[in-house]
Write a protein that binds this ligand. Structure first.
Ligand code: PMM
Length: 303
């Protein structure tokens, strides 16, 4: 369990509120602060454990937005959701934005750059003592696919996450507050995403670290799902048209041990988490019983 976050004996569900005009999957829909707050509350009422609020698009090709714009977008939304009792994660690469959001009551920092974009970020997170998502990242989205070159994507992502962990922990962040993220789509082609998803257990153990860290999986509506679901004419499925595929992926990620899934549509994903959690409990119990025949299984029935 991470401090300040809901206790759950299952994978957590993070609902996305992008307060941006141009995010690839829902850009513009929640730019109005009132609409963004209402959407965040709706996601929470549907079962999201955490609401992830972001004000800077990271879609491929995106340029940075000025910090004043990012603050203007996210702060009213973070403040209102916290006041309504929500557990808010701030999705930002900027220490100042994280700092202001934490002061307003955000409970977690989600940094897609893993501390690389802003040298002050780790200091802010360490001082706040909050959970911190460290994502695998190779550079800003203006050149998303130039650095998507790997000989062995799992080993290289593990090595690079290991280096980030060293730096983040050296800066004072409690290792018990760190969540890792393979960074699906960030300097990754579709084949890299699929390989990483099939090796989540290894992503959880970066080079130099024996014990597994919690892993966040953010596959929702990403282009590699749309590409997989392309029609006979070769056209990729729309972003919203990938929601059922996201639910399938959530179930698989939970069965593989994911700690949290970040999704745009909450309801089906909450159900998938519950089903896959039950499946995982049974699988783990069966594995334990195979090594110790006296161990009890949680189910033991057929109904
Ligand atoms: N992807 C996006 C935004 N924030 N945060 C984490 N931790 N991991 C991600 O993969 C991630 C993220 C971009 O997706 P969106 O524009 O649909 O929110």
């Amino acid at each position: 369990m991470l401090p300040g976050l809901p206790a759950a004996d299952r994978c957590l569900v993070m609902g996305v509120v992008n307060v941006t005009p141009d995010s690839f999957s829902d850009g513009g829909t929640w730019l109005d602060p009132d609409k963004a707050v209402a959407h965040g509350l709706e996601l929470a009422s549907q079962g999201a454990d955490i609401i992830d609020v972001g004000g800077e698009s990271t879609r491929p090709g995106a340029e940075r937005v000025p910090i004043e714009d990012e603050l203007r977008r996210v702060m009213p939304v973070v403040t209102a959701l916290v006041q309504a009792g929500g557990c808010v994660s701030i999705d930002t690469m900027r220490a100042e934005v994280a700092s202001q959001a934490l002061a307003a009551g955000a409970c977690m920092v989600n940094d897609v750059s893993g501390g690389l974009a802003d040298p002050d970020m780790t200091r802010v997170v360490a001082a706040a003592g909050v959970p911190y998502v460290v994502m695998h990242w190779r550079g800003h989205s203006s050149d998303m696919y130039g650095p998507a070159v790997y000989t062995d994507v799992v080993t290289e992502v593990r090595d690079e996450l290991g280096s980030r962990l060293q730096a983040v922990i050296a800066a004072g962040v409690d290792p018990g507050n760190i969540v890792l993220d393979p960074g699906l789509g960030f300097a990754k082609l579709a084949e890299h995403n699929w390989t990483l998803l099939a090796h989540l257990d290894e992503v959880a153990r970066p080079t130099g670290y024996e014990r597994p860290f919690p892993v966040l999986v953010a596959a929702s509506r990403k282009g590699f799902l749309g590409k997989l679901l392309a029609g006979a004419d070769g056209r990729a499925r729309s972003f919203a048209g990938s929601d059922d595929a996201t639910i399938a992926l959530t179930a698989l990620a939970v069965a593989a041990g994911a700690w949290c899934v970040r999704v745009h549509m909450v309801p089906g994903n909450v159900d998938a988490v519950r089903v896959a959690t039950r499946w995982r409990q049974e699988s783990l119990a069966a594995a334990a019983a195979a090594t110790d025949p006296t161990a009890a299984t949680p189910g033991g029935g057929t109904s």
